[in-house]
Design a binder for this molecule. Structure first.
Ligand code: FMN
Length: 326
């Protein structure tokens, strides 16, 4: 998809959509959300598709995939090709779909948020984030919130789509998709990625945003997408995410000290790390999920607080879905 501006009316509301997608999954979600806005004569939409200066491969060669983790985890992204925006543009609302890479926002999205143009564009602006990832997004979103805070943007909504397959199955099906390009499920496991109903259903958020823009509600502090089933947080994954983030950070530091991305000196360390990561996945994730299931009564208050925190601001309520579900 290339950048485009839809035909504005006399005083249209201006919406900026910034995104990046490798398989097209996140572009499809973004496309569904943008369609009702772009079709409205009172709204003009600018879509900025992020392009890394050197494209990331898809599917990813095995070690190349893991070679991306140190810079992803440390949020030291590869640079972008020049943007079509100058920073002088003025938008009423910004929609920022992003995917998670190694428990952090993907490198192209981090590169955008650290770009001087983004600082000018986003200051004081209401931002709606849209996540589509396997299912571990909690700490990536904390990092993204920090980046938005740093440029003075106002996060008013967060919508999250996660792969519908069971967590354990997606540990196999997602790498098969990303590294071998195989999206179809195998060994009785479901297909990798979102399903068609999730992608089509995302249009309800675009319809709700369209109505909110007509009522100037983006100027207020409250969410525009409450009651639409925007996000269900699984706080039980937080412990695994914290263990993963810590190991990405420490090993990432070591690997970055060995050389730049692609350097041969990083490869032996990466192989060692992959083995360590496999051990972590088959031990920490099931052990922490089992312990939490056994100790649920003790964890209940904490889980409820964490769930509420991560579902903020848009929430998991679904009372307005019938209004916008076509
Ligand atoms: C390098 C890399 C690392 C990823 N790490 C995570 C992760 O930590 N958590 C997660 O839920 N999904 C992770 N994913 C899956 C992505 O969030 C996303 O679902 C997938 O890449 C498809 O997105 P696309 O729209 O770019 O094609 C990762 C994908 C890539 C390419």
């Amino acid at each position: 998809m290339t950048s485009s501006i839809s035909s504005p009316a006399a005083h249209p509301k201006r919406v900026l959509v910034v995104h990046y997608s490798q398989t097209g999954q996140l572009s499809s979600v973004a496309g569904q959300i943008v369609a009702p806005l772009a079709a409205d004569p009172g709204i003009s939409v600018h879509v900025e598709v992020l392009r890394p200066a050197a494209e990331f491969p898809f599917p990813w060669p095995f070690l190349r995939f893991f070679d991306a983790f140190p810079e992803s985890a440390h949020m030291k992204p590869a640079p972008l090709a020049p943007l079509s925006l100058t920073g002088e543009e003025d938008f009423d609302l910004v929609i920022l779909p992003y995917q998670v890479w190694f428990l952090a926002p993907s490198q192209p999205v981090v590169a955008f948020l650290k770009h001087p143009v983004a600082a000018r564009l986003l200051r004081g602006k209401p931002v709606v984030t849209v996540i589509a990832c396997r299912n571990m997004w909690l700490l990536a979103h904390e990092k993204l919130k920090g980046l938005l805070d740093a440029v003075g943007a106002r996060l008013i909504d967060n919508v999250v789509f996660t792969d519908p397959g069971p967590t354990l199955a997606t540990f196999f099906t997602t790498p098969a998709w990303l590294i071998w390009g195989r999206k179809r499920g195998f060994w009785g496991m479901p297909d990798a990625g979102l399903n068609a109903a999730q992608i089509e259903g995302s249009a309800r958020f675009g319809r709700a945003l369209r109505d909110a823009l007509h009522e100037d509600r983006e100027r207020g502090a409250g969410p525009l997408l409450a009651g639409l089933g925007a996000v269900r947080a699984d706080a039980r994954l937080l412990i695994s995410e914290k263990a993963g983030t810590r190991s990405f950070f420490l090993w990432g530091k070591l690997i970055m000290a060995a050389g730049r991305p692609g350097a041969w000196q990083r490869k032996p360390l990466l192989v060692l790390y992959v083995l360590f990561l496999l051990a972590l996945i088959v031990t920490v994730v099931p052990v922490s999920l089992t312990l939490q299931a056994l100790l649920r009564p003790l964890f209940k208050g904490w889980l409820t607080r964490m769930t509420a925190h991560f579902e903020c601001p848009s929430g998991s309520a679904v009372d307005r879905v019938p209004l916008y579900d076509d």
